[in-house]
Design a protein around this ligand. Structure first.
Ligand code: C6P
Length: 419
């Protein structure tokens, strides 16, 4: 087979597979403003496949009870399903031990847990926390709060014009005063993939622990926390085809064991009296109160779905989508893409001339195209480019080349109205 027809053949096979996958996401067949929905807001939250919806429904229909609290059959069943979900997460991210998997409300909650439990205990006046200019507010504000309490300070690694991290500045930012590096694996507003393995290794050279915000990574690429040697790794279920209100903090056992509880309440204790309380072992020490049982079970179903779909397919297909989107959008004279780092995935942020991102997003919405507009909770990186925000199209495994063509047609129409 000639090279070009071979590529065509591969493309057709991928498209057939995508159509098959799309049919398992019920929401994708609905219309918006009388147009077929083109959902390109996956970095904000992805849609849910039948297997996740059905699993949550089955849990509530057949298995619901509280966990770790009853000898009766339903409580045992719910506990088994919840703890099996933890095993699924452990395997999915390649953790060493299930006790290192803490269920949280999401990435934000996971980062706050570390900021207040780990950093709260360890930080002293003059200590330093290293962040980057491309962090989501969830990986900035908790550290600002921790610094307010402790007198520690934040150092910020700048971003280059193309959206890559300035690595030299990163190296220079590490010192004997650095107590933690907290960095996003993938930028939600630029799509940049940071060289986190190298960053972790450099930080570890100075005995500095590293927290990775994996919110935008885990649904797009295989992540193995042990291979990365990450000390903490945080992510949300709802961006990876799972439910809202559930997320994960992975932490190395040795660090989690040294950390005090983040919140007090039921299930996180060993014994309680008015003279004092002792705490449960990992991971329960960090899961106070009745957890999001259905959320954890739904998240495990989402992980099974991703695993069955396979990262080979996901990365191949999403790379094609990203390249096609760049090609299509670059054809607009007045369109400026923000974030063109060589290592980039699944997000295209742009401005159309001097038009406001909200206006562009509103016009696209009238055509059934869902994109996000604004600062994407990353105001510092917007300030870096001197812009208030962008229009952002972000891709998932169910998006198609045709949908990107629809986006380009929509932009042509928006351009016709705005200019
Ligand atoms: N970004 C976006 O549209 P939560 O809200 O806790 O599930 O995730 C917070 C978060 C943390 N880090 C990164 C890199 C993120 O992208 C997000 C969420 C969404 O880009 C909503 S603001």
């Amino acid at each position: 087979m000639r090279e070009s027809s071979h590529r065509e053949f591969e493309g057709t096979v991928l498209e057939d597979r995508v159509e098959q996958i799309r049919s398992s996401f019920p929401i994708l067949s609905r219309a918006v403003h009388e147009h077929p929905l083109v959902y390109l807001d996956n970095a904000a939250s992805s849609q849910k496949p039948d297997v996740v919806i059905d699993r949550i429904s089955r849990y509530y229909r057949e298995q619901h009870s509280n966990v770790h609290r009853g000898v009766h059959a339903l409580s045992q069943e719910a506990t088994d399903a919840y703890e099996e979900a933890r095993d699924t997460v452990c395997e999915f991210i390649g953790a060493d031990d299930r006790s290192e998997i803490i269920f949280t409300k999401g990435t934000t909650d996971a980062i706050n847990l570390v900021a207040f439990s780990y950093a709260g205990r360890m930080l002293e006046e003059g200590d330093e926390i290293v962040l980057t200019q491309m962090e989501h507010h969830s990986n900035i504000v908790p550290w600002q709060l921790a610094c307010e309490i402790s007198g520690a300070i934040i150092k910020v690694v700048p971003v280059e014009e193309d959206g890559s991290l300035n690595y030299e500045e990163y190296e220079k930012s590490l010192s004997e005063r650095t107590r933690l590096v907290a960095v996003t694996h993938v930028s939600n507003s630029l799509g940049t993939v940071n060289p986190v393995k190298r960053m972790i290794s450099d930080a570890h050279g100075l005995d500095i622990p590293v927290l990775i915000d994996g919110a935008q990574a885990v649904s797009h690429m295989p992540v193995n926390v042990c291979e990365l040697d990450a000390d903490f790794y945080c992510f949300s279920g709802h961006k990876m085809y799972g439910p809202t209100g559930i997320g994960v903090l992975y932490g190395k056992q040795e660090l989690l064991n040294r950390m005090p509880p983040y919140q007090g309440g039921g299930d996180m204790i060993e014994s309680v009296s008015f003279e004092g309380s002792s705490f449960n072992s990992l991971p329960h020490k960090f899961e106070a109160g009745t957890p999001n049982i259905a959320g954890a079970i739904g998240l495990a179903a989402a992980m099974d779905f991703i695993r069955e779909t396979g990262f080979d397919f996901i990365t191949d297909h999403e790379t094609r989508l990203l390249h096609h989107a760049h090609e299509k959008l670059q054809a607009f004279d007045r369109l400026r893409i923000i974030g063109t780092a060589p290592e980039k995935i699944s997000v295209v942020s742009f401005l159309l001339g001097d038009s406001h991102p909200y206006d562009v997003a509103t016009l696209l919405d009238r055509l059934g195209i869902a994109v996000r507009s604004g600062h994407h909770c990353t105001q510092p990186v917007m300030a870096r480019y001197g812009i208030p925000g962008t229009v952002r199209a972000s891709f998932a495994l169910y998006n198609t080349i045709d949908e990107i063509d629809v986006l380009a047609e929509g932009l042509e129409r928006a351009e016709g109205i705005l200019f």
